[in-house]
Design a protein around this ligand. Structure first.
Ligand SMILES: Cc1cc2nc3c(=O)[nH]c(=O)nc-3n(C[C@H](O)[C@H](O)[C@H](O)COP(=O)(O)O)c2cc1C
Length: 223
């Protein structure tokens, strides 16, 4: 029988093949007003989550930073308002088969020109951040897809382990994943947890180093 580690690797190797040709255009949900403060030298740490691990990771990243940053759910903000209201950004997204959250891609596309000097770092939260060679390839693939709308890669990017709690999945996600596990891995869908607060704290420290080295860019209006 395969151990859990190999199973996960095999799972995500399959996912890569399964999703590599898939279009990233997906419908996305509601927008609420941004909690923008409109002051200069403010930092927004935006996250996109379905089941909470990315939100938790964003908070751990924030804890590792000294500079104040507003931690914002990207689903609840207006992209133009956030781009106009903050001058530095860190963006994190969970990964769900087709890649990062569509609103993260929209944020990068909308801010393509202005983000070049204002995006300090990005991170993804997924099942592939297990240090294996297959996992590293998948992580590069997901980061590549996420950064595609940008004109330049951010100075810092990282992949963190996420988690899967079967009992919390939506019916649609559970059915899709259960079929995937059954058909490709020949096993039942099960819980796993790769989250690590310490690694996220360290990333926050590294972001802080970039902030210290980078003279603040002037606040620009989103184009
Ligand atoms: C429907 C679904 C699809 C997923 N697909 C992938 C995937 O393709 N690659 C991967 O590395 N992890 C995948 N995962 C694992 C998630 O990245 C992990 O559960 C992460 O914690 C999700 O972030 P969230 O908890 O903030 O929603 C998937 C999880 C779900 C529920």
């Amino acid at each position: 029988m395969m151990n859990a580690y190999l199973s996960r690797r095999a799972f995500f190797a399959r996912v890569l093949r399964y999703s590599s040709a898939a279009a990233l255009a997906m419908s996305f949900g509601f927008e609420a007003s941004a909690r923008c403060r409109g002051k200069v030298q403010s930092t927004a740490l935006l996250y996109a989550t379905r089941y909470g691990a990315t939100k938790e990771t964003a908070r751990w990243v924030r804890k590792g930073m000294d500079t104040p940053a507003d931690v914002l759910d990207i689903e609840r903000v207006s992209i133009p308002e956030v781009l106009a209201g903050y001058d530095r950004f860190i963006v994190g997204s969970g990964i769900w088969i087709k890649g990062a959250h569509p609103k993260v891609l929209e944020f990068f596309q909308t801010g393509r020109d202005t983000l070049q000097e204002r995006l300090l770092g990005t991170f993804i939260v997924c099942g592939s951040a297990d240090g294996s060679e297959t996992g590293k390839e998948l992580v590069e693939h997901y980061l590549h897809l996420m950064h595609a709308p940008l004109s330049a890669r951010p100075p810092l990017s990282r992949a963190f382990g996420g988690r899967l709690v079967v009992g919390r999945l939506s019916d649609g996600d559970r059915e899709k994943l259960a079929a995937f596990y059954r058909n490709y891995l020949n096993q039942e869908l099960r819980d796993w947890d790769l989250t690590d607060s310490g690694k996220a704290n360290v990333f926050g420290n590294e972001i802080e180093d970039i902030l210290a080295r980078t003279p603040a860019a002037p606040l620009q209006k989103a184009g």
